[in-house]
Design a protein around this ligand. Structure first.
Ligand code: KG4
Ligand code: ZN
Length: 384
């Protein structure tokens, strides 16, 4: 079947056409067309996503992207041979979500085809369950991975940080989540404090990598965390001595007896540190970026592994924008190799927000009882 998928939950307008066959572990997908218009540059001047601007841009982009995907897939613009439309209905920014939903509703009515509402986070989940087909030379051919349950997904994006346990196909339970800021949001806010542009994750990550190359590693033998005795803790209020002490940031809730996260204290620690330091030299920025990334990654990895042990998890998926963080990828693979657990990151086109993952989720939900087309609503806080 051919699926048209639409994603407008945040600052990316995305539409794809995907051909899908098979079920669960035998599902096969072919990307017929995939278009994405990122608004990141527009939002950069506000240091984050500005919802009404996002809405305006989505409204402008949607018809243009639709035309492009239909042409690319060789389909008739008036009555294309599409079998299903999948649209993100949450979570996300409601004004932005509504643009995609109303656009999808109009198309579904005009073309008289079913419309399936998709949970954006489930899209991130599926983005790591799919890989490039080994049997086809075409990079646009994808297949399901041979995954084993229970699956634990660490979903880390600009709006969410969740540990989702799945013991059965399409059944999910959130077993941990952030109590305040999402991991990506913390990356974005800390980047802003360091004078780096939005989105901050890739910028911090770049600096942190430079820092790791030029300075002695902070990592201990376990692969995560570390530091030595001569450490500077921002909470102490004592400015670091240059050339000796290392900057050490807190690892919030690292030892808490649950799988929840908190990143706002870490963000505040950076805020105090930056205030204490006064002028930030490039070397200090690099060191802060490195230590901040170490702290976030250590908490994410430690909690994921604790949940893996407790629930006898066989497959770990990591999805969402922060999954593209190289340090997180490296640390996760080190620890999971030791544990003998399968680890999967998203297909390269599906790390950050995209509509391919919405097509995958829409396909797997194609047989669900669907709400009437005009009853589909935006749910900013939609949960699994
Ligand atoms: O999944 P996503 O594209 O959008 C949401 O659903 O929020 O995630 C965007 C987030 C942003 O906060 C961005 O800074 C972060 O993912 N991000 C990263 C990296 N690339 C993107 N965070 C850390 N390291 C990266 N390399
Ligand atoms: Zn997302």
């Amino acid at each position: 079947m051919k699926i048209l998928s639409i994603e407008t939950s945040c600052d990316e307008t995305a539409i794809s056409i995907v051909e899908a066959h098979g079920s669960q572990q035998n599902a096969r997908f072919k990307i017929l067309a995939n278009q994405l218009a990122s608004q990141a540059k527009l939002h950069a001047r506000y240091g984050g996503v500005y919802p009404m601007l996002a809405k305006r841009e989505h409204i402008k982009n949607l018809p243009l992207l639709l035309k492009k995907v239909l042409t690319k897939a060789g389909l008739n613009e008036k009555k294309p041979k599409i079998d299903l439309i999948a649209v993100t209905h949450g979570p996300g920014l409601e004004p932005a979500l509504w643009t995609g939903i109303t656009f999808a509703q109009e198309l579904a009515c005009k073309w008289k085809i079913p419309l399936v509402p998709v949970n954006h986070m489930e899209g991130h989940f599926f983005s790591a369950m799919i890989k490039r087909s080994q049997t086809s030379k075409n990079p646009r051919s994808l297949t399901s991975r041979n995954f084993k349950f229970p699956i634990l997904a660490l979903l880390v994006s600009g709006g969410h940080t969740e540990l989702v346990l799945s013991k059965k196909f399409l059944k999910y339970k959130i077993i941990g989540q952030t109590l305040d800021d999402a991991a990506g949001e913390a990356f974005d806010k800390v980047a802003r404090m360091l004078g780096l542009p939005y989105p901050g994750g890739p910028e911090i990550s770049k600096l942190a990598e430079e820092g790791r190359k030029s300075l002695a590693p902070l990592l201990n033998k376990e692969g995560v965390g570390g530091g030595n005795s001569k450490n500077y803790h921002p909470a102490s209020g004592t400015p670091p001595r240059r050339g000796g002490d290392k900057i050490v940031l807190p690892r919030p809730m690292l030892k808490s007896p649950n799988f929840d996260f908190s990143f706002s204290g870490l963000k505040t620690a950076v805020l105090y540190l930056v205030r204490d330091l006064g002028r930030l030299t490039p070397a200090l920025k690099t060191e802060i970026a490195r230590e901040f990334e170490n702290a976030v990654v250590e908490v994410l990895v430690t909690k994921t592994i604790a949940a893996t042990r407790k629930h006898g998890v066989k497959t770990i998926l990591v999805g969402g924008g922060v999954a593209s963080n190289k340090h997180l990828q490296k640390e996760m693979s080190l620890v999971t190799q030791r544990l003998g657990v399968a680890l999967h990151f998203p297909h390269p086109k599906m790390f950050t927000d995209n509509s391919l993952m919405i097509a995958l989720a829409g396909y797997f939900h194609r047989n669900d009882k669907k709400p009437a087309i005009n009853k589909i609503r935006a749910h900013g806080n939609l949960h699994f």
